[in-house]
Design a protein around this ligand. Structure first.
Ligand code: ADP
Ligand code: ASP
Ligand code: MG
Length: 417
């Protein structure tokens, strides 16, 4: 007997028929003798609809009411799945975040989980093996008593936190792809499924645009040592031939040490939600970087890639990226500081994409970046900015070249299936 958390994303619970299919996946595990807590997302498209309703009612709205509204999508699917399981003769009940509770801080819209109280669901596992169907994405801030949500894609984080909270043997994240691939399989049909990905690599992939797992879920899995798999809910739950050692195929997110043979590059990710800002003709003197970036920090704007040109005649240009959602605010904050910084013009572009090459093997291999730059230049793709860390290289290019660049890099690093 094992204790499992099974998480099902929006497309997996998109309608009643798919919810029944999810119930069959849960039934398989119950029949194998396991204890199961399920975490569900809202039906696909539902959260977007709820967010749009908030914005339509008031562009600037109370973040606590936003959470009360957008948390409702998961309330519906958790109840529906409990009913579908009961219909199959499996004892089940739904749990909202506030009922367990899953307690969070008060950062409405992107709250962090502080604690998951799993005592009651564990008691019910031991008393009749009742399945706990938990609404993902939501929690409660106990001091204020208000419902909170965890940020888009947050049900992954709910699942890993519940797994840590009930000391589950593993957390299976079921989605519409059967694992983590070398890049988004919707963009590159030759993408390959990875058997295992190291936590550090998955963290980079998720934060650099691979939305298959929310970044915080990977952080939590790493800290609490939760064995987390990504699997597909679209396989036939009752087909034994579709299983590997009794389980559906998938990708394990694990410690680096568990990976025997690793390639230099593990994957390619891309993110379209960054914008480029360039300020031209800035006097090149000590304190100039602070002059530019302090006003942005004060406006709570995250700066990512930064390039400063070599100065000519005492002046330089500085280019950096900010989240597209903060683009206008960033330009406004800089315009306010124009006299004190002393630059001439601000330019910007939102039709850009950040492409990243990720792999822990880069720590010990030279020439990885050069290979990317050469391949992109051979396709006539201009690089606007570059940033690197120990295990990743990111380049900013025109969005029109996204697919070409991702496919090119995918084959250059030998990742094609
Ligand atoms: P869910 O609704 O189940 O949470 P998401 O849409 O959030 O699912 O995440 C799954 C999607 O992530 C896939 O459909 C795929 O297009 C995308 N994706 C991006 N990069 C990758 C990758 N490297 N491996 C697998 N899927 C990826
Ligand atoms: N329903 C939420 C969203 O769409 C949470 C999730 O699906 O993980 O962001
Ligand atoms: Mg998701």
């Amino acid at each position: 007997m094992a204790r499992l958390v099974m998480k099902f994303g929006g497309t997996s619970v998109a309608n009643v028929e798919r919810i029944r299919n999810v119930a069959r996946h849960v039934k398989r595990e119950i029949e194998a003798g396991h204890q199961v807590a399920v975490v569900v997302s809202a039906m696909s498209g539902k959260t977007n609809e709820l967010v749009a309703w908030c914005r339509e009612t008031a562009v600037l709205h109370d973040a606590r009411e936003y959470d009360a509204i957008v948390a409702s999508g998961e309330q519906v699917t958790s109840g529906l799945l409990a009913i579908a399981l009961q219909e199959m003769g499996i004892p089940a009940r739904s749990w909202q975040g506030w009922q367990l509770p899953i307690s969070t801080d008060d950062a409405h819209g992107s709250a962090r989980i502080l604690d998951v109280n799993g005592e009651e669901i564990v008691r019910r596992f031991e008393n009749g093996n009742e399945v706990a169907v938990i609404a993902g994405f939501q929690g409660i801030n106990l001091p204020s008593g208000r419902i909170t949500t965890l940020g888009r894609g947050g049900s992954d984080t709910s699942a890993v936190a519940v797994a840590a909270g009930i000391k589950a043997d593993r957390c299976d994240i079921y989605t519409d792809v059967d694992g983590v691939y070398t890049t988004d399989p919707r963009i590159v049909p030759k993408a390959r499924r990875l058997d295992k990905v190291a936590f550090e690599e998955m963290l980079e992939m998720a934060s650099l645009g691979a939305k298959v797992l929310q970044v915080r879920s990977v952080e939590l899995a790493m800290v609490h040592k939760v064995r987390t798999f990504v699997r597909s809910s679209f396989t036939d739950p009752d087909a034994p031939e579709l299983r590997v050692n009794g389980d559906p195929p998938g990708t394990l997110i694990c410690d680096e040490e568990e990976i025997v043979e690793s390639e230099v590059v593990t994957g390619i990710a891309f993110a379209r939600d960054e914008a480029q800002v360039s300020i031209r003709h800035v006097p090149d003197k000590p304190g100039i970087a602070a002059g530019v970036f302090v006003p942005l920090a004060e406006a709570n704007i995250n700066v990512d890639m930064i390039v400063q040109n070599i100065s000519a005649e005492g002046f330089t240009d500085i280019t950096f990226t900010v989240p597209t959602a903060d683009f206008e605010r960033a330009k406004a904050a800089l315009a306010d500081a124009q006299d004190s910084i002393g630059f001439k013009t601000i330019e910007g572009a939102t039709d850009v994409v950040k492409i990243s090459i990720i792999g822990i093997g880069m720590r010990s291999h030279a020439g990885v970046a050069a290979k990317a730059f050469k391949a992109l230049s051979e396709r006539g793709i201009n690089i606007r900015a570059i940033s690197t860390s120990e295990i990743k290289i990111s380049v900013l290019i025109d969005a029109a070249y996204t697919e070409l660049a991702v496919r090119t890099l995918h084959s250059v690093y030998g990742l094609d299936a």
